[in-house]
Design a binder for this molecule. Sequence first.
Ligand code: TRP
Length: 335
Amino acid sequence: MKKKERILTGDRPTGKLHLGHYVGSIANRVELQETYEEYILIADVQALTTNFDHPERLAQDIREVTMDNIACGVDPEISTIFLQSMIPEITELTIYFSMFTSIASLQRNPTIKQEIKALGLSDNVMYGFLGYPVSQAADITIFKANLVPVGEDQLPIIEQTREIVRKFNRMYQEVLIEPKAQVGVVGRLVGTDGLNKMSKSLGNVIYLSDGPDEISCRVSGMFTDPTKIRLNDKGHPDKCPVYIYHRGFNKNEAEVPQIKKDCLAGRLGCVECKKRLSGGLNEFLGPIREKRKKLEAHPKKIDDILIEGTKKARGIAVDTIKSVRAAMKINYFSG
Ligand code: TRP
């Protein structure tokens, strides 16, 4: 039997996950775990790039992200979920990579540029923040991952990883694998404001753990097609976030095309359309919520999953760092 290719992907633990994470990465992860050997990294060190002043939040956030993943169908019996900070070899590889990664190449990275702007960092960019593509390259390559499923916004980071790998392999020895990025089907989900990508910092999110009341509250506050003011005005469903969510999450296959038809014809009002979306989302998130509740009742089990996963992942990291040191001829006292 052919050996399965390896996937490495990850999340910064910055709180509970939302629907944007679901379509951008988690759904994809759940699907891919059958065909690939899947490693899911909880990037707690990377989370410090923007949360260094609140490190005490990580302990809880790590568990939230782990539970969200499992509640959505990531199976810890098949996939390995592990903690970045507990694999010191990642930090070591980050340092080696940082020796030959130029500051200019990091400053040019479109993801970094965009985040600096969005976070308003301008001339207060921290060393660790600017360097996170280097540490992410270490996350990926230390596991010799072939494929990296990520959101669209992360593509330049993976591209930088590929450059680092090429440079390393050329300069020292061919020991690292140049990974490919893979963007999920939807990739990017518009937020409830209908304008920006769904993102916690913009407050335009629906959390995977939201209950029926939170769902209807968030849905009723959603922006709709601004040209549709009265019930019988004709709408533009493809531009309306409410319809986009119907398409993505409403499991009632007959209802969705009917909503489109009725909205286009001016037969369906936004209030009714939202009511149906709340129902659809509730049906979609119900089983996830239930599973999450069960997980919340057994915190020790979540910790064990992380401890076991980290042990397994570390084994690979230790092997890779040995060949890295050998390739760089800095394995002074061995071999
Ligand atoms: N940068 C990713 C994010 O913000 C998280 C991440 C850290 C990651 N290390 C990774 C993703 C390695 C894929 C592979 O979502």
